[in-house]
Design a protein around this ligand. Structure first.
Ligand SMILES: [Zn+2]
Length: 237
């Protein structure tokens, strides 16, 4: 058999073992990534509510100033009512009514703002609680990952030493191609032709002549579909 290929197959066996040993870590890791993006989204939405709340405080302040102004003028008018001559009184009364109406409008607006703020307040608290909960979950997942990594440490180190020994026997261009495919194809860089004549990696049909060539194992044969190295037998099972 083609010498580089022989060693690449040995390397793939070791890499497969490492991939399987680290499988749970990878699964947990991708869950952590998802939880982190949930936190990111919640934080962004919370910031929106906080910004709205800032607007609320500014609006509230301006309405309160309006109310104070109107109350001051209203007080003035009411005391005018006691002092002015009768002819002017009707006019002042109308003004008082107008001012009272305006005051009511401001007060209503203020009440509505308070209600809206209450909703914002609840929304912010709710998001903060959710973020805390997610952080706790991430923490426990990290603990789990560390525990698994610790358990597997010795085995992984052993496999890595074996990898180093095998790598030395393979020429650089073959090794580089192998690792490139391994990284983009979920830990499988070498696969086989199924009895139906398909690449077991990507299920593309392998032409008969190419199958015969692969059987000879005298060359480095690459699947046109997935870029994996093709061999005849399923050596991983
Ligand atoms: Zn393929």
């Amino acid at each position: 058999m083609f010498e580089d290929l022989k060693w690449l197959i040995e390397l793939q066996k070791v890499d497969r073992a490492i991939y399987q040993l680290t499988g749970e870590e990878r699964t947990i890791d991708s869950k952590i990534t998802r939880l982190n993006s949930e936190i990111e989204e919640l934080t962004l939405n919370k910031l929106k509510s906080v910004r709205k709340q800032k607007e609320y405080f500014e609006d509230k302040e301006s309405y309160q100033e309006d109310i104070l102004d109107h109350e001051r003028i209203l007080g003035q008018k009411k005391s005018d009512l006691d002092n002015e001559k009768k002819t002017k009184k009707e006019h002042i009364k109308r003004e008082v009514k107008k001012l009272e109406k305006a005051l009511q409008v401001f007060q209503d607006k203020l009440n509505k703002l308070d209600e809206e703020n209450h909703v914002l307040e609840e929304d912010i608290t709710d998001k903060e609680e959710k973020i805390e909960e997610l952080k706790k979950r991430i923490k426990s997942k990290n603990t789990k990952i560390n525990k698994i990594a610790k358990t597997n440490k010795e085995e992984i180190e052993k496999l890595n030493r074996k990898k180093k020994r095998i790598e030395k026997k393979i020429r650089k261009p073959f090794l580089n191609h192998y690792y490139r495919i391994l990284n983009i194809r979920n830990g499988i860089a070498i696969t086989y032709v199924t009895p139906d004549g398909l690449c077991n990696g990507c299920k593309i049909h392998i032409p008969y002549q190419f199958q015969q060539k692969i059987k000879l194992s005298e060359d480095y044969n690459i699947c046109e579909g997935c870029g994996r190295i093709l061999v005849t037998d399923n050596f991983l099972d």
